[in-house]
Write a protein that binds this ligand. Structure first.
Ligand code: NAP
Length: 296
């Protein structure tokens, strides 16, 4: 494939992650181009994670970030296709709105969100690798999901991906959310799931195997959505929040004797799944993990 770099930069408002004009220097005709579309994307950890994989495997590719205006997603997708972009990750605020502009696989359709577009498919097709990423995070830590009971706190974008991912892997899902209506509408779509308020967490967790935090609580402040007294040593606790890497929930879970999985694992494995879909090659997981953790 070949690209007119200035054309892309002008069309999408390319965000130069290095501030050094790397884009025009580094991409040459013939390279594959992958990237992330969102707004904002300036602090994304995806470029170093994917580029470490290209370097490790000798793949001639670049991973760049694009920041179109919120109402320009359709034009951005058409433009990316026209210019020969090979694959895009999608983040806030486009994960839902992009569904109107690409074909969508069955799981992304159920989740109602796309975070990965494969432009080599005809038509370009959207997938949700957040769901695959959370399942692979548990598998990587030798956690058996089939037959497990999982409590998911949160029913936003991450909560939806985690709920469908875990249910598809054979877990029974209990969804607890601050806004109970939102938990109810998600539970109605996930086979076997039940909906609850946050005030039920004590009871919900007492016989559970897995707890996943899919709220943003713990990111801005040193807070947790789960009462520490509800944590116990038979739980595996995953936090989707990855900044800070060790949230209060994870610290309290460790203190209760639970096994913990930080949010960087989910971020890593959604990237691994996107990489493997785009390139058809097994991802160098350890290298991508290191590149990610070096920046956290
Ligand atoms: P979202 O769609 O905006 O959903 C936010 C969720 O957090 C909702 O369930 C919301 O409850 C809940 N919430 C917010 N503030 C709360 C509070 N003070 N108390 C209780 N619940 C609260 O966001 P999202 O995209 O799902 O992201 C959620 C978190 O997951 C973020 O920290 C994000 O960075 C992280 N994430 C991580 C990955 C990864 O790869 N590691 C991937 C995706 C997201 P209501 O419904 O009641 O508002």
């Amino acid at each position: 494939m070949s690209l007119l770099l200035g054309q892309i930069a002008a069309e999408f408002g390319y965000a130069d992650r290095s501030g050094t004009g790397l884009f025009s220097d580094a991409i040459v005709s013939g390279m594959d181009v992958y990237g992330l579309i969102g707004n904002p994307v300036g602090h994304s950890l995806s470029p170093p994670m994917h580029e470490a994989a290209y370097e490790e495997l000798g793949i001639e590719a670049r991973y760049v970030t694009f920041e179109p205006e919120a109402d320009a997603i359709g034009e951005a997708i058409d433009g990316a296709q026209t210019l020969g972009v090979d694959g895009l990750n999608v983040t806030i605020p486009f994960k839902q709105s992009v569904l109107d502009h690409v074909a969508v696989d069955e799981r992304a359709e159920r989740i109602g969100a796309v975070n990965t577009i494969d432009f080599s498919a005809d038509p370009p097709t959207g997938h949700n690798t957040d769901a695959a990423g959370v399942v692979r995070s548990f598998e990587h830590h030798a956690v058996d999901l089939d037959g497990a009971t999982a409590v998911i706190v949160g029913a936003g974008g991450a909560g939806r991906a985690i709920a469908f991912g875990l249910a598809d892997a054979g877990a029974t899902v209990r969804i607890a959310n601050r806004t109970t209506d939102r938990a109810e509408s998600l539970a109605a779509a996930v086979p076997g799931a039940t909906a609850h308020g946050l005030d039920s967490l004590d009871t919900l967790l007492s016989d559970a195997d897995i707890l996943a935090n899919a709220t943003s609580v713990g990111m801005e402040e040193d807070e947790t959505p789960v009462p520490s007294a509800a944590l116990h040593d038979e739980l595996v606790v995953l936090d989707a929040v990855y900044s800070p890497i060790k949230t209060r929930l994870l610290r309290e879970a460790e203190a209760a004797g639970a096994k913990t999985i930080d949010g960087a694992w989910m971020l890593l494995f959604q990237g691994v799944a996107a990489f493997e879909r785009w390139t058809g090659t097994s991802a160098p997981v350890a290298v991508m993990n290191q590149a990610l953790r070096d920046r956290l």
